[in-house]
Design a protein around this ligand. Structure first.
Ligand code: FES
Length: 145
């Protein structure tokens, strides 16, 4: 099976691993990485320090896009990734995909107001606003308010 963490059109980490269980992926077989120079440098440093098995790398605490992607991949490989909103569309009024909101957060929109400006989510009834906040909180390790 393949696991992929990506920032649309730019950085991604793709890992081939044994088994088909999304909750408990097997041993890492192949890692593919593509991204900006900052991201590639981070991956080089991590590989030099911790080897090729991403599942054993420490989870980065930063909130820059490289750290958020890497954190996602490490948690997925450990079977600990629990994204807080399971549906493909988060804002039904504006037809905004969950992935669009998530990509904005990875790219640096860390306040609901900024996500709203960039994606159009939560600009009508506002019902989706708490869900947008949950994704921000999960990505940034904040307690939900
Ligand atoms: S569901 Fe997002 S503004 Fe209504």
């Amino acid at each position: 099976m393949k696991l992929k963490a990506e920032l649309a059109g730019r950085d991604y980490i793709e890992v081939d691993c044994e088994g088909e269980d999304l909750q408990k992926p097997g041993r890492v077989q192949k890692v593919s990485v593509l991204g900006c120079s900052e991201f590639m440098e981070m991956m080089r440093k991590m590989r030099r320090s911790f080897g090729n098995d991403i599942a054993k790398w420490p989870v980065p605490g930063g909130t820059d896009h490289s750290s958020l992607l890497l954190k996602e991949m490490i948690l997925k490989l450990r079977g600990e990734w629990q994204f807080p909103y399971p549906h493909a569309e988060i804002c039904h009024c504006r037809t905004v995909a969950t992935e669009t909101v998530d990509q904005a957060i990875i790219a640096g929109a860390h306040l609901t107001e900024v996500v709203t400006r960039q994606t159009n989510a939560s600009t009508a009834c506002g019902t989706c606003r708490p869900e947008v906040q949950k994704i921000i909180d999960y990505r940034l390790d904040k307690k939900s308010s």
